[in-house]
Design a protein around this ligand. Structure first.
Ligand code: XMP
Length: 515
């Protein structure tokens, strides 16, 4: 097999590092991220077409700051340093980096030298995103400045003979509108990559790599029916066929019909050649949850019970060599597991998987991908669209959308109401615009009148939010007539509900889920 063209991103701890890789992949060039601690021999062995050094929170002249061997710049491979990476390159090659009087932060206008290859097709005055305390006060021999801002004499520099480039700002973020063009110029023109990598290449390459790793070993996958674990399962199934067993725990807190939908895709009548085990553990979960009202306690019970059930199934299967997890890049960053960057928040998943199940190694084939890239891979693998474009659904499921005690009856109410709500939102063509929407069951009962009778029933709350990162969110403006239709249908079709409320709260102060 031909060696695939690869650009390597060396991670010095910046928050945007995965974005750099993503932008490179958007230029149809395959890209992998490695820690700055990676040995140079390993880098050489990979024979990359180019190397990008990322930003990072340190000052390169401080003792103990992340650094790299000078040899990296002598390999004849083009190198592009970004922010810290640019400063470090200068520091190592004999330039000077100092603390600036004033931090340069935010959108900044720069003037670029159009003769520099990085700026081909870029406007001479363009906007970029700056975020630095230090600046390059003297360039190393052989370098010239090719961009400057009002406060920064070297916003970019080059030694074109040696194909070494530095950019003080962040071309990878959207606040640098022409940034992708600059990265494109680097990988395609300076490094000479052909740009023939696509998501199907990711799929193909992953399948080959998985096969090599797994050999004839046994693989186990916890399938939730969510996008990530579904894509991971299909990828594994394509790679190792019936060596894979997927365990799907139906905890009775799924959306209406969801268990059957998952089974239809992955079960015996589905399209994949894998052992699929559906564990109908509904009653087990309901009885553990009986009488419990405190949200954190509910989450813990669901998480723990999930692990118990999974573990029991794993034991039945016997010694498993590999466990598959659908971890994706944002999970890695948020839980602080990713490379060198700082912890943002710890990810709250269904409680993790048991560490004492008998397996040798974990396979995380989607670890480098963003959600939309995972979706592309899912489509590439032939997963149905309704599964691929599913909105996020929390591990504890409806357990945290039923305020107070969870009962089978309440699960039925919230499932039915949610089903109607989703159906009407889709009919109104709003499903692509709203990031997440669902019905929840409040713990409130109130008096109503239906026909000539007094009712004393539950109130359903409708939630719909728009968000980019799910860390902050605004409630979505749904046309009144759509809300009205949903309300009418829920009251008429769902037994036990006599009131429908719309939640206007943004996050913060609210959260997206109710518990
Ligand atoms: P909150 O409620 O924290 O939700 O504003 C933010 C996003 O995370 C999802 N969420 C979870 N996902 N396990 C998950 O896998 C959980 O325990 C969990 N709790 C919330 C939520 O649906 C929203 O998309």
């Amino acid at each position: 097999m031909d060696r695939r063209e690869t650009v390597i991103v060396l991670d010095f701890g910046g928050q945007y590092n995965q974005l750099v890789a993503r932008r490179v992949r958007e230029c149809h060039v395959y890209c992998e991220i490695y820690s700055y601690k990676t040995d140079i021999a390993r880098i050489k062995a990979m024979a990359p077409k180019g190397i990008i050094l990322t930003g990072g929170p340190n000052s390169c002249y401080e003792e103990g700051a992340p650094t790299y061997s000078k040899e990296l710049f002598e390999l004849g491979i083009p190198v592009l340093g970004l922010c810290y990476g640019a400063q470090l390159m200068q520091h190592i090659l004999g330039g000077r980096v100092e603390r600036a009087d004033k931090r340069e932060y935010g959108k900044t206008e720069i003037t670029v030298d159009p003769s520099c290859e990085l700026f081909a097709g870029v406007a001479q005055k363009t906007t970029c995103w700056m975020s630095h305390f230090d600046y390059i006060s003297r360039l190393a021999e052989g370098f010239v400045s090719v961009a400057h801002s009002a406060d920064c004499p070297v916003a970019a520099c080059e030694n074109s003979a040696r194909k070494l480039y530095g950019i003080q700002f962040h071309p990878e973020v959207l606040h640098t509108p022409e940034g992708t063009k600059m990265l494109y110029n680097f990988v395609r023109n300076v490094c000479g990559c052909a740009g023939d990598w696509k998501m199907d290449s990711f799929v193909e390459q992953s399948i080959l790599a998985i096969r090599q790793k797994v050999g004839d070993g046994k693989v186990l996958c916890a399938l939730s029916g969510g996008v990530d674990s579904s894509v991971a399962a299909v990828l594994l199934s394509k790679a190792v066929g019936d060596q894979l067993t997927c365990v799907f725990v139906d905890h009775g807190l799924l959306r209406k019909n969801e268990g059957d939908e998952v089974e239809a895709v992955f079960g015996p009548s589905g399209n994949y050649d894998l052992h699929f085990i559906r564990v109908n553990a509904q009653q087990r979960f309901y009885s553990k949850l009986a009488g419990v009202t405190e949200p954190e306690r509910k989450r813990k019970i669901i998480g723990e019970e999930f692990i118990r059930v999974f573990e029991e199934e794993a034991k039945k299967i016997g010694a498993v060599d590999f466990l598959v997890q659908g971890t994706i890049y944002p999970d890695v960053v948020e839980s602080g597991l990713g490379g060198e960057s700082a912890v943002i928040k710890s990810h709250h998943n269904v409680g993790g998987l048991p560490d004492y199940v008998d397996f040798k190694e974990i396979i995380e084939p989607l670890r480098d991908l963003f959600k939309d890239e995972v979706r592309k891979a899912g489509l590439e693998l032939g997963l149905p669209e309704y599964l691929v474009f599913r909105q996020p659904f929390p591990g504890p499921g409806l357990g945290i959308r039923i305020i107070g005690e969870v009962t089978e009856e309440k699960v039925r109410i919230v499932q039915d109401a949610d089903f109607i709500y989703r159906e009407e939102i889709a009919k109104a063509g709003l499903d692509k615009e709203i990031s997440q929407y669902f019905a929840a069951l409040t713990n409130m009962r109130s008096v109503g009148v239906m026909g000539d009778e007094r009712t004393y029933d539950y109130a359903v709350a409708l939630r719909a939010v728009k968000t980019i990162d799910f860390m902050t969110a605004e409630s979505a403006e749904i046309p009144y007539e759509v809300l009205n239709r949903v309300m009418n249908r829920i009251i008429n079709e769902v037994r036990g509900v006599n009131r429908v409320l719309y939640d206007l709260t943004s996050k913060p102060p609210g959260t997206i889920e109710f518990e």
